[in-house]
Design a protein around this ligand. Structure first.
Ligand code: KIV
Ligand code: NA
Length: 265
């Protein structure tokens, strides 16, 4: 079918077709999501707490993310692959963002990058876009700033709403191809989606965004804990547990491997 490209996503918004995004961190899951027709795969810095055992997104490094981005890029044929720029790898200057983003495309095969922040990063978005690197914005609750924001809280309430709208417009004007809206009131996300000509991708941002994203482990029911906005579309964790238990049992009682799993000569 060919690779999903930036202009396809914009066309989808214009046609009112919802865009799907999931996180992916390895080739095994990326291949499944790609075959399932998920339009865009995000190698999120959520790899930090979801896969690497850290307690937040803060510790993960570019060097730790590159192999994951490479695996997802190699395993997909259709999905547009977006690499998150992790904490500390882009904020200081547009040049720093450019250097990190170049690694994500050149060394790891990503098609676009994403980083957190609004109007103050317009210069970053502009430089990368001019350099040929599509940028996805991320507004609302931005996990890398959780120490400033005071925890995982809904953003854009009250007079904060106008700032969020301005941030979204600033990112679009700077050349961003899409904006993720995380944990913002549904009516505000709807308004931003109407104001912008580029697609909005919601997570905890209601049903009026141009697309949706979920962390795949939340989506598939791999974890006991998941936030209000993360519907479990499967119980993969329970299935995997059951498979491991059945394997342990059959090895323990000696029924596995049976004759058909063995070589007789
Ligand atoms: O890292 C991540 O998983 C994300 C999504 C939740 C948007 O940034
Ligand atoms: Na992220």
């Amino acid at each position: 079918p060919g690779r999903v490209r930036v202009h396809h996503l914009k066309n989808m918004k214009e046609r009112g077709e919802r865009i799907t995004m999931l996180t992916a961190y390895d080739a095994v899951t990326a291949r499944i999501f790609d075959e399932a027709g998920i339009d865009t795969l995000l190698v999120g810095d959520s790899i930090s707490d979801n896969m690497l055992g850290y307690s937040s997104t803060i510790p993960v490094t570019v060097d730790e993310m590159i192999p994951a981005v490479r695996a997802v890029s190699r395993a997909t044929q259709r999905a547009l692959v977006i690499a998150d720029l992790p904490f500390g790898s882009y904020e200081a200057s547009p040049q720093q963002a450019h250097a990190t983003a170049v690694r994500m495309l050149k060394e790891a095969g990503a098609h676009a990058v994403k980083f957190e922040g609004g109007a103050h990063l317009a210069g970053h978005v502009e430089l990368l876009t001019r350099a040929g690197i599509p940028v996805v914005g991320h507004l609302g609750f931005t996990p890398q700033s959780e120490n400033v924001l005071g925890g995982k809280r809904v953003q854009g309430r009250g007079e904060q709403a106008e700032i969020l709208v301005e941030d979204a417009i600033a990112l679009q004007d700077a050349g961003a191809i899409m904006v993720v809206l995380e944990m913002v009131p549904a009516p505000l996300a709807e308004r931003i989606s109407e104001v912008l000509s580029i697609p909005t991708i919601g997570i905890g941002a209601g049903n009026a965004c141009d697309g949706q994203v979920l962390v795949w482990t939340d989506m598939a029911g791999m974890t006991n804990w998941s936030p209000r906005f993360a519907k479990q579309f499967g119980q993969v964790g329970a299935e995997l547990y059951a498979a491991a238990r059945a394997y342990k049992y059959e090895v323990g009682e000696g029924s596995f491997p049976a004759a058909e799993h063995s070589y007789q000569e």
